[in-house]
Design a protein around this ligand. Structure first.
Ligand code: HAM
Length: 418
């Protein structure tokens, strides 16, 4: 019997996994430079955290959660997103009692029971960044700018930023009622009619042409923002313009999670087809109270690593990944293999990526290994070299070979590969 990964679980193996790793590392640097600290939170949480935080009426909570009962009879759920858990951790560890905003980021696998297809998986990977405790448009613009900077650093040029404001607890209910009134008068199926009563904004997101046709004159949130939300949104846009970040106003942009207020945004990639959303986020000023915390505004985003990897492939961009192997040792004979083992270890300690042929391969097989490793240099050590306390350094790109004293080879190679 042989096993396969469960359906919809995305895995990364070499060589693609090195791209995956490199783009995460690039994000760590982007976040560090902007004062965001790394944190690691629970992979599974009390089911109620997501029900209350993300919202019972969302697809994520009502249809896509991996929920199980543990041996103690507790209902737990594999995280379908990061924000609720990150905020829970910030509150639980009292980080919000220090300097505000609390700026944190994390990454890892996220789980949603969706129908798998390219770019849509059941175990996928997000980079998540949150700024908790400030209601300042500059924080909104900062988070957007950091995601933008990351995409740019990776070399992506076709990412689009879609921007909207979903209003606040003052203006949203008024808009919601107006929208419901409009939607109730339309010719819609039973399920959609039910959605009007629970989550009318989601109806705007309906992709079916016969529904979209009827929505042409739907009232838009942008026309119903209160003065506070309007000036807040204008300021966010002003700051983005100062940074030269282009955006598209998307008055119908509704996110799939219930906690959003005011600034909401998505990053879209035109070469990704149906799963074009490569990242998204927004402000969630009521989330803390919804999960039993104090009033604490926040904003953040989740970037889809899987879709970003696809976007890089579609744009034909290869982010720079550090060489896996720069020097490859080929030893002939038992004594030489012993000396090579020490030499490779010394090279690694000196910061050179080094590997060697294992398993007592002959010269031909070992040199094939050197070629496959991608190394620039092969170190060849035979019994005669060993007696002369020297090693042959072969440049695999030019086939030039020079003899270097064993005692100097680490320094010589260090100079050549750096
Ligand atoms: P989200 O829009 O649900 O937001 O997910 C963020 C990103 O995760 C999406 O833009 C997409 O790239 C990726 N993604 C979502 N579902 C899948 C899937 N099934 N397969 C592959 N990739 C997927 C959130 O999760 C919010 N927590 C973001 C946030 C943070 N808002 C505020 N702070």
């Amino acid at each position: 019997m042989s096993f396969q990964a469960p359906k919809g679980v995305k895995e990364y193996v070499p060589p693609q996994a090195s791209t995956f790793y490199a783009i995460r590392a690039a994000f760590a640097e982007t976040a560090r430079r902007a004062g965001y600290s790394y944190l690691e939170t629970a992979v599974f949480e009390d089911t109620q955290l997501f029900a209350r935080g993300v919202g019972e009426s969302t697809d994520v909570v009502s249809k896509e959660m991996y929920t199980f009962t543990d041996r103690g009879g507790r209902s737990l759920t594999l995280r379908p997103e990061f924000t609720a858990g990150v905020l829970r951790a910030v509150l639980e560890h009292g980080l919000h009692r220090g300097q505000l905003p609390v700026k944190v980021w994390t990454d890892g696998p996220v789980f949603r029971a969706e129908a798998p297809q390219e770019g849509r998986y059941r175990q996928f990977y997000q980079l998540d960044l949150e700024a908790i405790g400030s209601e300042d448009p500059a924080v909104d613009a900062e988070t957007i700018a950091l995601a933008w900077q990351w995409y740019t650093t990776l070399g992506l040029t076709q990412v689009r930023l879609l921007l909207n404001s979903l209003g606040c607890r003052e203006c949203r209910p008024i808009y919601r009622a107006r929208l419901q009134e409009f939607l109730r008068a339309l010719d819609l199926d039973e399920a959609t009619r039910a959605r009007i009563e629970i989550n009318p904004l989601r109806v705007l997101d309906d992709k079916r042409p016969e529904v979209q046709e009827q929505l042409a004159d739907a009232p838009l949130i942008g026309d119903h923002l209160c003065a506070g939300c309007k000036s807040y949104h204008d300021r966010v846009k002003q700051l983005l313009a100062d940074l030269g970040i282009p955006w598209e106003d998307s008055p119908r942009l509704v996110r799939g999670l219930d906690y959003y207020t005011r600034t909401t945004f998505e990053f879209d990639h035109p070469l990704l087809g149906a799963q074009s959303g490569i990242g998204g986020g927004g402000r969630y000023d009521g989330l803390s109270e919804a999960i039993g915390g104090p009033a604490l505004p926040g904003i953040g985003f989740g970037l889809g690593l899987d879709r970003t990897v696809i976007a890089l492939e579609r744009e034909g961009v290869e982010p720079a990944t550090p060489a896996r192997c720069e020097v490859y040792g080929v030893a002939l004979g038992d004594e030489a293999a012993r000396a090579m083992f020490t030499l490779v270890n010394d090279l690694r300690a000196a910061g050179v990526a080094a590997d060697m042929a294992f398993g007592g391969k002959g010269l031909k097989g070992a040199m094939k290994g050197a070629d496959r490793s991608g190394a620039r240099f092969a170190l060849i050590l035979g019994e005669r070299d060993l007696a002369a306390r020297a090693v042959q350094v072969k440049d695999l790109t030019t086939a030039d070979q020079t003899e270097v004293p064993l005692a100097q080879v680490v320094d010589v190679l260090k100079g050549k590969v750096q």
